[in-house]
Structures are given as C-alpha cells and as structure tokens.
Design a protein around this ligand. Sequence first.
Ligand code: SAH
Length: 209
Amino acid sequence: MVQHLRAEGERCEPVLAALAVVPRHQFVDSALAAQAYEDTALPIGLGQAISKPSVVARMLALLFEGRDAARSGSLGRVLEIGTGCGYQAALLSLLAQQVISVERLRPLYERARDKLAPLRRDNLRLVYGDGRLGHPPNAPYDAIICAAGGDDVPAAWLEQMAIGARLIAPTRSDTGLGQVLLVVDRSAQGWSRQCHEGVHFVPLRSGTA
Ligand code: SAH
C-alpha cells in the first residue's frame, strides 16, 4: 500500500511511515480484510466508510504543510471529527502530540474504542458527541481534520484553531466541483481558505445517534 502511494507521488515521509505501521485490516470487518491494503474506501457499518488510503495520506500530508507543522515536524494538538472505525485516529496518534477524536454514532464510537484499546496510544482520546461543535475543553488545536463532508465549516472549528493552525475538511463548493478538500489556515491576521481537489465523503450531520 505504501509503495503504491509513493509511486502515485505521495512524498510526506512521516505520513508514509505511519501508514506502514498501523494495520488497516484490523479496523475493517474480517470479510473485507483481504481488500484492506488496496486503495479503496471500505464500508464500516451504519452507512459510513473508511476513506481510501490515498485520500487519508493526502489530507494528512496537507496538514503537515501547515505553518506550525512544517516548522515542528509534528501535528501538535489535533481535533478529528468523525472517528469512524478509528483508523485515521490511530495514524494521527503517531503524528501528533495529542489527539481528540469525536464521533456522533454511538456504535461506531464504541467499536473504535475497542479496536484502539490494544494499541495503547495514551495521547489519543475518543469523545462521543456532535463534532460540529468541535471540542472546547481541549481547544485551541494546531490541526483540525474532518472525515465527513459539510456545506460549510462550522464557526466553532474556526474559533478553536490556534494561531498558526491548519484545518482540512471536505466541504461543498460553489464552483461546480461538488465537494472539495478545503484547507483553512489561521494567522494573527485572520483565516485564509484554499480549495483543493474534488472528493466524495459521507455527510457531516448534526446531533448524536
Ligand atoms: N476517519 C474515519 C472515517 C469515518 S467516515 C476512519 O478512519 O474510519 C466519517 C465519520 O464521520 C462517520 O463515522 C460519521 O458518523 C462521522 N460524523 C458525521 N458527522 C459527524 C459529526 N457531526 N460529529 C462527529 N462525527 C460525525
């Protein structure tokens, strides 16, 4: 999988190293384990999906290009919205000082907790809740990454970014591309946005279930 991503042009070494370490097959249903290292999205139950490894790698690499991450070589304090099966949370725990990951569907939150427990990542905390609100107790964050596509970026996320932080979220764009990867950087002067390629993520929803 990592060789394939390298061949496709992915060059962010810390991200490739994390992808080489975390066993993706352990996060999906055993019937799908044979496909776990192909570059495809896979169902994780309740209509949700684990993203393609190339998209996961791309989003993490874009976070590494943020001002503070590029300087320090770590993603710092990270907020993930959409724990899903916990795979990306496991990767983040290798790349960041502290990770808070929020999931709104209780069965997925509980399953991710069970899958992640044996990895014993002390710097990773899972939260059951509506990630559209961010997670104020641990704010501000140096990086925010969302794994579900919204119509906009909630104001709570922007407010919970540290100065120098970067956010990445699949977001509906008005440019006719549909959903795109939106990158937001916060500096002392304010927030700046860049739109990247089109993507297909499950929807960001409000409330818990
Ligand atoms: N990063 C995940 C991908 C999960 S798919 C992984 O590695 O498996 C996106 C997830 O976002 C789904 O589990 C969905 O339930 C969750 N989600 C959608 N809206 C949310 C919200 N408002 N708060 C928290 N999680 C949300």
